[in-house]
Design a protein around this ligand. Structure first.
Ligand code: CA
Length: 421
């Protein structure tokens, strides 16, 4: 048994596996034993104690089965040189000092006796408010507002595929998005739960009942978007889709509630698991809350999900962005106004020049009188038009200021360009 464990390993599952091997009459070698706890080469006192307790539980099991266990090999000597050094998995620390785990291994019974086991609380998660759009081949951005539920508890002694789930809710449905990093996708088993798939467990009113009844359901979707249900009736109104990219896949579910409405503050009994299959059978189960594997028959083992309030606050970065846009548009409007004023002055100047030229002509050339009268009329019309424009501009000023807001950026720049020519 290649013993790379972590704080989510349930020692009772290790016992079951070991006893299964032992029942075959074979010799069991425990190889590569280590227990990861902590990250970034750091370990809290609590993580150190939990790690020691798990070592003690394992050695209690090895001792109980000593006639079948030929050896236990640690995968390294100290945390500094471990292959998983970041997660401090061994009995000796970076300075070769004995950790609590060391004392747990040399006297498992004594350690277990003195260790205070905290009440196991069911895992708590949160669902954000919102309605995702099931876009073809895409994950709706709204999912980013939902907190991540890590699917990292193993129901077997060995650790396989992990993943992440997120949950949204609205007035009608609970939505679950699960991302799975598998190493080989397989649905060749005839039993649905033996295929690579994702399961969601719901206890609508968080009854924690020992058996399934009204408001309880198990929803399973494999990577090929084939759904199955327990009981079958909960499939009504259910929808799902999947995205597959290599051996990474996403399952998105829309689950209707039957016995109660969804409201902020409600607690829902909830769990989500990944079935990891290869070569026609299930090799592993990874789950958010339950270690026992009894979720298909008992809502009592589910975790709890709280439905969060609708988010009403506008995030700060959106405000900043809007402020910047308004500042930019204001500047461009001012540029435009300056440009218009310049153009008008230039027009007025040209009209004045023309008038002066005409006055000269009028004085000198009698035969040109008709022609000059016509030109004068046209010039007056031009003057009127400029005056009209001025008045119109004065009147329309408030509306003008909105134009750039409605216009697209490229169009606005084009307009600027034309005006300046
Ligand atoms: Ca698989």
């Amino acid at each position: 048994m290649q013993g790379h464990y972590n704080l989510n390993t349930n020692p009772e599952n290790v016992r079951l596996s070991l006893e299964k091997f032992a029942s075959l009459g074979v010799e069991v070698g425990v190889t590569e034993l280590d227990i990861t706890a902590g990250s970034n080469s750091e370990q809290t006192e609590e993580e150190m104690q939990q790690q020691a307790y798990l070592y003690a539980r394992l050695f209690e099991i090895y001792k109980d089965n000593h006639e079948h266990v030929s050896r236990v090999t640690f995968w390294g000597l100290d945390d500094a040189t471990s292959w998983r050094s970041d997660q401090s998995p061994l009995l000796f620390d970076r300075n070769m000092q004995a950790k609590p785990a060391y004392y747990a291994v040399i006297d498992p019974e004594g350690f277990i006796e003195s260790f205070e086991v905290e009440e196991t609380e069911v895992r708590q998660g949160e669902a954000a408010y919102g309605t995702p759009v099931m876009l073809e081949g895409e994950i709706d951005e709204i999912w980013e507002t939902a907190p991540i539920l890590p699917i990292d508890r193993f129901q077997q002694a060995h650790n396989l595929t992990t993943g992440e789930a997120r949950v949204l809710w609205d007035d009608e449905y609970l939505y679950v998005l699960v991302e799975v990093n598998d190493s080989e996708l397989d649905k060749s088993a005839s039993a649905a739960h033996e295929q690579d798939s994702v399961e969601v467990f719901i206890d609508e009113q968080n009854t924690k009942a020992d058996g399934y009844g009204e408001g309880h359901g198990q929803y399973r979707v494999n990577f090929d978007n084939e759904a199955s249900f327990n009981p079958g009736s909960v499939g009504e109104g259910f929808e799902s889709r999947t995205i597959v990219d290599g051996t990474y896949y996403v399952v998105e579910m829309r689950i209707p509630f039957r016995t109660t409405t969804l409201e902020a503050g409600n607690k829902v009994g909830f769990d989500v698991q990944i079935n990891d299959a290869s070569n026609g059978s299930r090799d592993g189960v990874t789950i958010w809350n339950d270690f026992t594997g009894a979720g298909f028959q008992s809502p009592a083992v589910f975790g709890e999900l709280t439905l969060l309030q609708e988010e009403t606050e506008v995030p700060g970065d959106i405000i900043t962005d809007l402020e910047e846009q308004i500042r930019d548009l204001t500047e461009r409007l001012e540029d435009l106004e300056n440009l218009l004023a310049e153009e008008r002055t230039e027009l007025e100047q040209r009209i004045a020049d023309l008038r002066a030229e005409l006055a000269e002509l009028q004085a000198g050339e009698e035969e040109l009188l008709d022609l000059v009268a016509d030109l004068l009329a046209r010039l007056e019309a031009l003057e009127d038009r400029v005056t009209e424009l001025e008045e119109a501009e004065d009147v329309e000023d408030p509306e003008d200021s909105e134009d750039p807001v409605n216009g697209e950026d490229p169009a606005g720049e084009d307009a600027d360009g034309e005006n300046s020519q």
